[in-house]
Write a protein that binds this ligand. Structure first.
Ligand SMILES: [Zn+2]
Length: 137
């Protein structure tokens, strides 16, 4: 197991403490995501681990799209789309890749933060085309 993964495990353990659910984590990332989904269901807290920037080709609006745990990143179980539909109806594309955000540890999603939601239904049915669902706020 790499140092980075070990470090993430410690952090994940801390997050679990916050939820009052201190348990040993399994090695399998799929199990970790399943545990996260269970915690998310029980607490209603959505965790994000980073963000990508999207820019609308129509109105020019910038969208900072946060990534729910499991969408892209180290625990990736599904990707997120390269192009999303802006509120104006135009296409917003992933841009300024150098400004992608990678958080040192997960944090709870704020209520005004746009994000890619884990498609839990398609993940459960092992759909290979499962992809993060854009939620614009
Ligand atoms: Zn737009």
């Amino acid at each position: 197991m790499s140092y980075a993964r070990n470090r993430r495990k410690k952090i994940r353990f801390k997050v679990d403490f916050e939820f009052g659910k201190a348990e040993l984590c399994e090695d399998d990332y799929n199990t970790e995501i399943n545990r996260y989904i269970e915690i998310n269901k029980q607490t209603g807290i959505t965790l994000v681990h980073g963000a990508f920037n999207y820019e609308c080709e129509e109105c020019g609006k910038n969208w900072k799209m946060w990534l729910e745990l499991g969408v892209e990143g180290e625990n990736k179980v599904m990707p997120c789309p390269f192009i999303i539909r802006c509120k104006c109806g135009g296409n917003a594309v992933h841009t300024n890749w150098q400004e992608d955000i990678y958080l040192p540890h997960e944090m709870p999603l704020g209520e005004n933060m746009s994000y890619f939601k884990l498609d839990k239904r398609r993940l459960k049915s092992h759909d290979e085309n499962a992809c993060g669902i854009p939620v614009l706020r």
